[in-house]
Design a protein around this ligand. Structure first.
Ligand code: DOR
Ligand code: ZN
Ligand code: ZN
Length: 432
């Protein structure tokens, strides 16, 4: 017996078209105007949007080592609630994902307890200390899909160049958290109007863009696929745009919080507005929107970074960087960028499905007959307030509490298995 998702709307060349979808086993077996076949479970998706499950190439699942913040089970449950079926997890765990054993442990846990597909990223340097390259061949063999020292920048140009050479010989993208430590020196927010007003140490834009510029030159020299993490400044966008025009193999990602907030929006010294890179200036935010629009920025990721309430309660200077993002990403983007007319629904969905799949050469991200049934069903009508108490994530650290949003995922399917289902999406039983 299969499942028919009936009367939902799918995106076809930017238009919403009503279709029935038959899922049998792990795959989508048919998409048609109407599927009347008897013997299948029927789920009524009338009026709902049906999209390929979202792909998030930047998530912190925290396991192993930081299970008080998140686990593979809770992090992937959070992904499923957000409509994500594939998440790439960052290696700044304890131990760092710098050995095949840790890669295998994560893949095993994800298989046993996961509500989303987990793609591990391996570290660039041992323990992310920037001193010695990891055995990338062994990491790749164990299953990493890219290498990254996310959480910290690779400070040495030589180390980064060597990393690019090895990664390129193995066909692994180099995914870079861009941050020059010598320019950061204990900053906790963007160096700008907010840091000045509150007398806080700021993180200047160049701390990021200097690495972006350096690494573009290194990617050009080595032929590496260089991917910029959570791009946040106008200068970084300009550098990526120019590099793309010159044919350098560079791609970039941006987070919903950097698209929707700037430092002027921070109400006060609240650690739920503290992330790295920080919320930048109004001008930077505009450049990010423009960069996403014109294709300079390829994809949207969350940088889901859960922390405990105790950690986030230490005040803006002492609290760790990071906010959760999986459960609010699509509703935020839909409400604040699509309903406002700045982006089309197709543009936003593409940057969360087809594009990350293409950039990282993944076989998911499309809703097509014969492909894996990775599906998100989304209610575009019901408005709900963001309430962190309802999150599946252990993390409650979000600046979006109380925001009224539309576009909430109500059902998520991973390889044909329902991994999240809101009450309103209960089955009507099998069709006779
Ligand atoms: O905000 C952030 N949180 N930025 C990072 O680079 C690391 C991440 C984390 O691991 O908490
Ligand atoms: Zn980072
Ligand atoms: Zn990160």
């Amino acid at each position: 017996m299969g499942t028919i998702l009936c009367n939902g709307q799918i995106l076809v060349d930017g238009k919403l078209v009503k279709k029935d979808i038959l899922i049998e086993g792990t795959n989508v077996s048919r998409i048609a105007d109407s599927i009347e076949e008897a013997g299948h479970e029927v789920l009524d998706a009338a009026g709902k949007l049906i999209v390929p499950g979202f792909i998030d190439m930047h998530v912190h699942l925290r396991e192993p080592g930081f299970e008080a913040k998140e686990t593979i089970a809770t992090g992937t449950a959070s992904a499923a609630r957000g409509g994500f079926t594939t998440v790439a997890c960052m290696p700044n765990t304890r131990p760092v994902i710098d050995t095949p054993e840790t890669v295998r442990l994560i893949l095993q846990k994800a298989k046993e307890e996961g509500s989303a597909r987990v793609l591990p990223m391996g570290a660039i340097t041992v323990r992310e200390l920037g001193q010695e390259l990891t055995d990338m061949a062994a990491l790749k063999e164990a299953g990493v899909i890219a290498v990254s020292d996310d959480g910290v920048g690779v400070q040495s140009s030589k180390m980064m160049k060597d990393a690019m050479k090895v990664a390129t010989s193995l066909g692994l993208p180099v995914v870079a958290h861009c941050e020059d430590d010598s320019l950061v020196e204990g900053g906790c927010v963007h160096e700008g109007v907010f840091s000045e007003k509150h007398g806080l140490k700021g993180i200047p834009s160049e701390a990021e863009s200097i690495h972006v510029g350096r690494d573009i030159l290194l990617a050009e020299a080595t032929g590496a696929h260089y991917h910029v993490c959570h791009i946040s400044t106008a200068e970084s966008v300009r550098l990526v745009r120019e590099a793309k025009q010159r044919g350098v193999r560079v791609t970039a990602e941006v987070c919903p919080h950097h698209l929707l907030l700037c430092d002027e929006d921070i109400p006060g010294p609240d650690a739920n507005y503290k992330m790295n890179p920080p919320l930048r200036s109004r001008r930077d935010r505009q450049a990010l929107l423009q960069g996403l629009k014109d294709g300079t920025i390829d994809m949207i990721v969350t940088d889901h970074a859960p922390h405990t309430a105790e950690e986030k309660g230490r005040g803006i200077e002492l609290a760790p960087f990071g906010i959760v993002g999986l459960e609010t990403a699509f509703p935020l983007l839909y409400t604040k960028l699509v309903l406002t007319g700045e982006f089309t629904l197709q543009e936003i969905v593409d940057r969360m499905t087809r594009v990350p799949a293409e950039v990282f050469n993944l076989p998911w991200g499309a809703l097509e007959e014969g492909k894996s049934a990775d599906i998100a069903v989304i209610d575009l009508e019901t408005e709900k307030e963001v309430n962190p108490e309802t999150f599946a994530s252990k993390g409650r650290n979000t600046p979006f509490t109380g925001w009224k949003l539309k576009g909430w995922p109500v059902l998520t399917m991973l390889e044909g298995r329902i991994v999240w289902q809101a009450e309103e999406m209960n089955s009507e039983g099998a069709r006779q």
